[in-house]
Design a protein around this ligand. Sequence first.
Ligand code: ADP
Ligand code: ADP
Length: 229
Amino acid sequence: SAYCELRNVTRVYPGNAGQPALHALGPINLELEAGKFYSVVGPSGCGKSTLLEVIAGLAPASDGEVIINGRPIHGEVADGVGVVFQDDASFPWLTVRDNIAFGLRRQGVDETTIARKVDDAIRLMGLNGFDNAYPAQLSGGMRQRVCIARTLMLEPQLILLDEPFGALDQQTRLLMGDELLNLWRETNATVLLITHALDEATMLSDKVCVMSARPGILLDTVETGWPRD
Ligand code: ADP
Ligand code: ADP
């Protein structure tokens, strides 16, 4: 069954000063099956980030419907959706522990539970010994792992990642891809990964959504055929 469905979704940026409006998206029809790992590839400017923002509820669709877990969203972040961005979004004024605990604290979860979950996440993400470090003391790859941990803490059913490894060197990128795959295998989450790297998409995902150079057009969704148990 589909965890997320887009029906005739468009996003139009109105033109300023006599410029024509820009159809950054669609109309797009897309179904994300629950528990599957999807990638979206396409050249720069084709609308990948816009697609993610619309699914995340960070930008409203101009037309059409985004349905998440059976409920149409109206430009708000749906329950159970977690987002990881390309740019390092860690909070520089908080330690690794407090960055990872941020969402749980906002939800009012008790500190004993938070401590246990954060310990697990630190171990899982290979951040042992850096509990009380600040982001500035970490490498780019480690900061991105902090951001991924902070999102995963909330146990999202749909994880949206916008070029999360874009700023990393090739070797770190491959390691992080593997880690993401391992994390996904431990959950039943649906993943949508935006990347400009076709090799990353084909290596990680069940299905690759290919967008065209003409903005907003979804050309096809291709199965990679990786065996999954
Ligand atoms: P991608 O992520 O594939 O690089 P984007 O979704 O960022 O593509 O952009 C799709 C198109 O929409 C591009 O032509 C971009 O210039 C345009 N665009 C993105 N954001 C805005 C905005 N806030 N206002 C106007 N145009 C925008
Ligand atoms: P394999 O190692 O399984 O042969 P590759 O990684 O070489 O797969 O990629 C297969 C195809 O995709 C090749 O035609 C390659 O040129 C193309 N390709 C790989 N990575 C990229 C990329 N980042 N951008 C565009 N095309 C790519």
